[in-house]
Design a protein around this ligand. Sequence first.
Ligand code: GLA
Length: 420
Amino acid sequence: MKLEGRVRLPGFLLALRFLALVLWSFPGARALDNGLAMTPTMGWLHWERFMCNVDCQEEPDSCISEKLFMQMAELMESDGWKDVGYEYLCIDDCWMAPKRDSEGRLQADPKRFPRGIRHLADYVHSKGLKLGIYADVGNKTCAGFPGSFGHYDIDAKTFADWGVDLLKFDGCYCDSVEHLEKGYKRMSLALNRTGRSIVYSCEWPLYVWPFRKPNYTEIRQYCNHWRNFEDVYDSWQSVKSILAWTSFNQKRIVDVAGPGGWNDPDMLVIGNFGLSWDQQVTQMALWAIMAAPLLMSNDLRHISPQAKALLQDKDVIAINQDPLGKQGYRLRKEDNIEVWERPLSDLAWAVAMVNLQEMGGPRFHTISIASLGQGLACIPDCMITQLLPEKRKLGFYQWTSDLKTKINPTGTVLLRLAAT
Ligand code: GLA
């Protein structure tokens, strides 16, 4: 039921609001103190879309080469990506030459990166963007290129000398969990010692999970974001499994996220081949709710206007980048409909309703406003805007009212509730 007029705030409601303000203002656990990633990192990462394609003869336009990254940099600047916040252009595995140089430094493959990484970094910086690179804590990268084990200091220094701004540090080919954990810490300290601001993107918990429960308080002290779960693929099955893992483990991972350190559910695959429109909406909405790094892996040279508009949706990005920096969580699941919510600054809330029923057509779902935001989202009323699948002002709603929405199969309705 919509509310027509405004209601005056009685004293006890003001007290509740004050309580909410206090509750949501508690800082989270201590973060890596490098001043970076105060909001989730935004950018582009090559892996899901371009993988380890090193055959520039056969596929000159999609092999991992300086040309690919220079083209993406150009588009990130010219096509509005940078303007909405996508800033880090990141290289993943397979950029390296098979051997270190005579001084023990990593080097880029000379055929595919003929002018070296420093040249690429300069070019990326000239576009007002930042450059990310990839290495591995163990003896080899996952694709078999030289690992950083035993070389943490020299590799950190090399990346800093080249002007790199982010390091994705993978965890393949490490002979023990002890070495892995030590290695992640040592690389963090080594990066810090270079004096250059380098975002540190870890996969530490993902590689610890098979052995024991990761210590997230510690991980947060060393990493700016960390992967918890398997690699994302260009499929609904994959996106769905990431959401299921996240909600199943939310008690363990949600509170640890905050400015400076974030859970990383992996890349956005929007704009590729495997997700329907509704599934792309779901990924965008839920990555915003989860305060996830927004690292697209797609081909910016060939992307539909619809996918581009979704990825560049300023209202949804604002939820992802909300300065309060609290990760959202799944509130409930009933009859294959999940309700997720995330507290935002200024006492606002984001609410996402996902229809996981893969049969039939759009389904109606009614939520009671009083059940949202731990009862505090809409006291005594709030202004609700639907952001996805398309933007629509829904108007004022009272605490005691209900809201009826229609959600497509595998789709999501994303709302923003603003305090009045
Ligand atoms: C692992 C990571 C991926 C990607 C590949 C590269 O699987 O989890 O994100 O970096 O390695 O080989």
